[in-house]
Structures are given as structure tokens and as C-alpha cells.
Design a protein. Sequence first.
Length: 246
Amino acid sequence: MTTSPGLAVVDLTVRYGDVVALAGASLTVDGGRVCALIGVNGSGKSTLLKAALGLVRPDGGSVAVLGATPTAARRRGGGGIASVPQAELIDAAFPIDVRTVVEQGRYGRLGPTRRLRAVDHDAVARALERVGLTDLARRPIGALSGGQRKRALVARALAQEADLLLLDEPFAGVDLPSQATIGAVLREVADAGACVLLATHDLAGVPALADEAALVVRGRVVAHDVPDVVLRPETLARTFGLGAAS
Ligand SMILES: Nc1ncnc2c1ncn2[C@@H]1O[C@H](COP(=O)(O)OP(=O)(O)OP(=O)(O)O)[C@@H](O)[C@H]1O
């Protein structure tokens, strides 16, 4: 597992054509911590996660992941960066079962034979068990409910045993018991030393889930502190036009 910081974003600007998605965002998150990214739709949370994954090119500033560029960290093999995207591109009709999806989390660790070894099968079985999908392991991914599919993607990320775990809306469409399961798993992953960064609209769940919260407003991180401080009603009122976490 990594030593801190897991993620260091400094004065990051990202544009999509004329749209400025990030406008000088800075955020540092250490290993062993769960950080919740919060903010209204379009504030730049997903773009920050994509920048940490190396999927968008900075127009200014820098992103360091596990002490390297995102691309170098991803190429390093082993754990590296795992992600649970907001909208999964798995084609529901594609004939791939849940276990195979979770096995993908091990691909970066396989040797030249590209064969899964006992240690890989163990990690896959453990990940399936942790999200409660052991019984559905042989079911086609397209035959799962939306929430079950999300849990399968979390299992894939867990199987990777990454040092940095990035999740975009991991609780969207997930029922309450499964939210609790995923939250507990993220805690375990952080306690084992990984850095966990997730974007969420579930403000009420943040204090129990996260060690810290970062509030993104118009492409900048305007507050970064323990959740109770960031979620103060006056801060939320300024940002969301709300009186309290909801
Ligand atoms: N591929 C793209 N092309 C053009 N503009 C984009 C693209 N992706 C995002 N944007 C714009 O960049 C800004 C930031 O989007 P981003 O997806 O990072 O926000 P977000 O905070 O994750 O929103 P949400 O809460 O809705 O997921 C928005 O104005 C969005 O419309």
C-alpha cells in the first residue's frame, strides 16, 4: 500500500472546448483517508476524478497520483488506480458474467501467461463476497439490476487492491443495505492504507462515510475539511441554496 499523499491536485484547469470544467482546483488526499467530493451538477467532480485517472488532459496545473503522473501510475501494474465510473459502458447484451467482470480487476497484475493464479482467484472471490454477489457470480452482467451491476463494478475495483480508489456516484441507484455494504468496504480499503476519493450527492451519508469532504464550486475546491465543517448549513446554503444536508 501507498504512503501519502495518494492524490495531489494543484491549481488544475481542464477545458472541454469552450467549457471550463475545472478552473484552478487544488486538492490533496492522503493514503488511509476517505474523501467525499460534493457539489452541484456540473461543478467539476467527475472531471476531477477523470483527471486523477489521466483520462483528461490538464490545460494548466498538475495532478500527481501515488507520486507519479496518472498515466505512469496506471501503467505501473499491480494495484495502481482503480475506478468505479458513473455510467458503465458494459453493454448489457455482452455475454460476460459477473465473475469475469470482477476478474478484470486483476488483469494489471497478471504475468506474461495472462492466466489468473490462485491468488487472483482468491482476490476475486473475496471481492464478490464483500459486495454480496457470490451467488450471482455466474450470471451475465446484463442480467443484473442497476444496483447489483454497480456492486459488481465496486467488486472489480476491490479485486484490483489499488492504492487509489476513485468512485463516481457509487451509491446512485443502490439500495440502502448495499449502500451500507459499500460504505463499510470503502472504510476497510482506506484502513488498509489506500486513498479513497468518491463523488457523491448523498450529503446526509457523508459524515458517516468520509474522513473529509471537498466542496467543488464552479471548477474549484472551495472548502476541504472534516465533513461536519464542510457540511455546515451556511456553507451549503451558499453553494446549493439549501438550509441543511439533504
Ligand atoms: N465531454 C464533455 N464535453 C463538454 N463539456 C463537458 C464534458 N464533460 C463535462 N462537461 C462539462 O464540464 C462541466 C463539469 O462537468 P462534470 O461532469 O465534471 O461535473 P460533475 O460535478 O461531475 O456533475 P454531476 O454532479 O452532474 O455528475 C459541466 O459544465 C459539464 O457540462
